[in-house]
Design a protein around this ligand. Structure first.
Ligand SMILES: Cc1ncc(COP(=O)(O)O)c(C=O)c1O
Length: 449
């Protein structure tokens, strides 16, 4: 195939300080950033402006589903941008309709709304829940402690972590937090005003904690019993990352035979995401959906799909022809390259390798958890000889240590590092990551940092 864009020129400058100064002077300092100035990427690797190469096992926080500079994404960006980048939602266009159809076919009968981010996708779910309960005066949404649902005002209200709310009071009303994986706590938190429950299938920012099958199945039954919407935030753990389209499918796959007696009233369509009779009523998506192109969406199950009528919700950019064409291409590549299977195979390989390292170096790694290519490395408290400024968390110090060895990972909380790499990560790249992690653990134990 003809090369569409020339490869980027090799970078030989070292203007780290100059770029950082631009940020210090002109960019709102709301992020804690590492001292790395990235220049370009290819596949599972990114390069900084000094030419240093990093294996990107962070994947831009679960976004770069096809890795960096994938030719199919480059091609669709060029082709679609020549045709039509933006229309506004006053008009129809084919890519949005086709993407909605593709997502509905992956989940179950229903409809989709398109946004530009995960936070906005969740805002849509909050509005859906409010509309659902409105005429009965129900508006409350129960979410989990340690959850993360975005940085909008309602997103921080929904998020079960105090640190994101601090300084932004008064907090949007109508959210209650209960311990994750605790069905009784949800039952006890339900009030006459409750309209919905929102959970992640695997808590991401909260430290890579999967829901248990019993919790998911019990929650579906409870929501049916109490007439509550069951909403799932699939922003981080969705889009085939766990080896299934949605993490709840992976979590419930061993229960699927047991549940085929149709516990839940929804008759799943062919190819429906329902497992063991489990299907949420609404699902938010973002991150890998656009493979790096900013986009989000929510799906809502058929009986509720027309709750948000004309004029009730919107977004200028949401579901643009360009974003939808890219997302369709990402789906096509995931299918044609069987990346769902790859995520399972390479993810499971990575997890076993990490568990072996944890076994060998318990002074450094306490636990490894997660599914497919969504893995969490829980660090052992008070790792000896870990370099870094004292006020930094262990996770940040360890991530910095990995940077020095040419590896990108993503901190989650104070003690956990996440691996959320491209879904097309190769086994030899996973092995390279394991080597770097093991070598770092070895050097830490030797005191050679
Ligand atoms: C589970 C979950 N929900 C929502 C969000 C917010 O998405 P965004 O940053 O695209 O607004 C995130 C972001 O990390 C997330 O992990």
């Amino acid at each position: 195939m003809k090369e569409l864009v020339p490869s980027p020129p090799p970078i030989v400058r070292n203007d780290v300080a100059a770029v950082q100064q631009l940020f210090q002077q002109h960019v709102v300092p709301s992020y804690g950033r590492f001292d790395i100035v990235l220049s370009h990427g290819a596949g599972s690797y990114v390069y900084d402006v000094t030419g240093k190469r990093y294996l990107d096992l962070g994947g831009g926080i679960a976004v770069s589903a096809l890795g960096h500079a994938h030719p199919a994404i480059t091609q669709v960006l060029i082709e679609q941008s020549r045709r039509l980048i933006h229309t506004s939602n006053f008009y129809y266009h084919e890519p949005q309709g086709r993407l909605a159809q593709a997502l509905v076919n992956l989940i179950a009968p229903g409809k989709c709304f398109f946004s530009n981010s995960g936070g906005e996708a969740n805002e849509g779910l909050f509005k859906l829940a409010r509309k659902f309960g409105h005429d009965e005066g129900r508006f409350e949404i129960i979410t989990a402690q340690n959850s993360f649902h975005g940085r909008t005002l309602a997103g921080i209200a929904a998020t079960g972590q105090e640190k994101v709310k601090k300084g932004f009071e008064p907090i949007v009303l109508g959210f209650r937090h209960v311990p994750y994986n605790d069905l009784e706590a949800i039952r006890n938190a339900i009030s006459p005003a409750t309209a919905a429950v929102l959970i992640e299938g695997i808590q991401g920012e909260g430290g890579v904690t999967p829901a248990t099958p019993d919790f998911l199945l019990g929650l579906r039954a409870l929501c049916d019993e109490k007439r509550l919407l069951l909403l799932m935030d699939g922003v981080q753990d969705g889009h085939f990352r766990t080896g299934r389209f949605q993490s709840f499918q992976r979590i419930l796959e061993n229960n699927s035979a047991a549940g085929s007696n149709g516990q839940h009233s929804v008759a799943p369509a062919n190819g429906s995401a329902a497992f063991a009779g489990f299907l949420p009523d609404g699902l938010s998506m973002a991150k890998s959906l656009g493979g790096g192109f900013p986009m989000g969406a929510f799906w809502v199950r058929a009986p509720y799909a027309d709750l948000l009528g004309a004029g009730s919700h919107g977004s200028t950019f949401g579901g643009s022809p360009l974003a939808c064409a890219v997302a369709l291409k990402v789906l096509e590549v995931i299918r044609s390259e069987k990346l769902e299977e790859n995520a399972r195979r390479v993810g499971d390989h990575l997890k076993v390798g990490l568990q072996q390292i944890a076994h060998k170096y318990p002074e450094v790694i306490r636990n490894v958890r997660g599914l497919g290519l969504m893995l969490g490395i829980e660090l052992t408290p008070n790792i000896a000889n870990l370099p870094g400024e004292t006020h930094r968390t262990q996770a940040v110090k360890m991530a910095s240590l990995f940077h020095s060895e040419g590896l990108l990972t993503i901190p989650a909380g104070a003690q956990i590092l996440r691996l959320l790499p491209p879904l097309n990560l190769r086994q030899n790249e996973a092995d390279e990551g394991l080597r770097i992690i093991e070598q770092a653990a070895h050097k830490l134990m030797n005191g050679s940092y």
